[in-house]
Write a protein that binds this ligand. Structure first.
Ligand code: AOF
Ligand code: ZN
Length: 379
């Protein structure tokens, strides 16, 4: 094997380890670390599990003990240089006498941003960056987007028939897809920091939007479900019923409204356990609606890396027309719902030149349904 192939091999192992934290590290990134001695033995392995707990490198160094001296550490993210909730990993690697550090990607967190690698270089540690960089970025797209733009990554989950319909004219939509697709949706919720919906969906379906261990279908489901994503309801005039499941379910519910709300209803919703936030729309054209970009900014401020949009055609249409969706996850069921049924997006386009162009990133069978992952081409 060439030295490059060896680095790729161990970095792939570190990326695998990072995935163990897929549902638990937020708001922190998913990070994995492998320490290899001069005889090519893996002497340390670790991944970051939860914010506030040790970083990946610290777990791996603990496992390696004194054998870390002279070894190579493979980390999926540049080791941190700052005192956050935990002390700097670059200093820990240096103190352990590691001879070489290979990082997949630079940490865009302004508190780190190259300083971690600089600490190691100044201490005489050999460094290499950019190994399996694309794969490592894919672990933490939401974290990177938030750190560089202040906004979370937005994923829209949609369910449709083979003829592209998402609800009957009456609004009836349960269930288009089968149980396997619904279990996939539970996973999408579990990896998200927040779920956004519109009050229309709440009035229609009274969904709880929680993650439930029984439906998640993962070994450590109980543990994962201890952290519930923030449920965000966009409700410009506060029509959310006081008894809505989205308020009473485990975890927190944030209702975003405008100045048109009734203060009395606000007090009642707060009494029921919801947080109510008034976000004035500064855009003169859409004075009566919640400012969607401002909602995303607020979620970024609350350290949300990945946000899931689960809603009807109206809000989904506004989000896509304002170019606020990064990824579409469409579950397509082998049914026809007919010409009276509602489309996925309320998006009145009139000519082919206006069409939204997407690129399909992935398509796979999920039970009897198909899961299509697509991204808008130009934003
Ligand atoms: C690493 N290894 O495993 C992780 C890193 O508050 P703290 O101390 O947990 O620091 C969080 C920041 O540290 C986070 O924003 C990111 O920049 C970095 N995460 N760094 O060296 C890890 N999870
Ligand atoms: Zn660290």
């Amino acid at each position: 094997m060439t030295p490059e192939a060896i680095d790729n091999y161990y970095m792939a192992r570190a990326i695998e380890l990072a995935r163990s934290g897929w549902y638990t590290t937020m708001p922190n990134p998913r990070v994995g670390c492998v320490i290899v001695d001069v005889n090519s033995h893996i002497i340390g392995k670790g991944w970051h599990e939860r914010a506030g707990e040790p970083h990946a490198e610290v777990h791996a160094l603990r496992m390696a003990g004194t054998r870390a001296k002279g070894a190579t550490a493979y980390v999926t993210l540049e080791p941190c240089s700052h005192f956050g909730r935990t002390p700097p990993c670059a200093e820990a690697l240096k103190a352990a006498g590691v001879a070489r550090v290979v990082a997949a990607v630079k940490d865009v967190n302004p508190a780190v941003a190259g300083k971690g690698m600089a600490i190691l270089q100044e201490a005489g540690v050999e460094t290499r960056s950019g190994v399996l960089e694309e794969e490592a970025k894919a672990l933490n797209e939401g974290f990177f987007k938030r750190m560089s733009s202040g906004l979370p990554l937005v994923r829209a989950k949609l369910a449709m028939s083979l003829d592209g319909r998402t609800a009957m004219a009456s609004g009836e939509s349960q269930w288009i897809t089968g149980p396997a697709a619904r279990s996939e949706v539970q996973k999408l919720r579990a990896q998200s920091c927040a779920i956004i919906t519109g009050v229309g969906s709440i009035l229609k379906d009274n969904a709880s939007l929680t993650v439930r261990p029984g439906e998640l279908g993962l070994a450590n489901a109980e543990d994962i479900c201890k952290r519930q994503p923030l449920r965000v309801v966009l409700d410009s005039t506060l029509k959310t019923p006081i008894g809505a499941k989205v308020i009473s379910g485990l975890g927190q519910c944030l209702i975003v409204t405008t100045s048109q709300h009734s203060p009395e209803k606000k007090a009642q919703l707060e009494q029921a356990g919801a947080e109510v936030l008034i976000l004035e729309n500064t855009d003169n054209n859409t004075d009566d609606k919640v400012d969607l970009k401002a909602v995303l900014k607020e979620l970024g401020r609350r350290e949300c890396n990945e946000v899931l949009l689960e809603t009807g055609a109206q809000l989904a249409g506004s989000m896509i027309s304002e170019n606020l969706i990064d990824e579409l996850i469409v579950f397509m069921a082998p049914v026809l719902m007919g010409s009276e049924a509602r489309p996925l997006f309320n998006l009145p386009l009139h000519s082919m030149s206006e069409k939204k162009e997407l690129i399909i990133k992935d398509i796979r069978a999920v039970g009897d349904d198909w899961k299509i992952t697509a991204r808008p081409i130009s934003q």
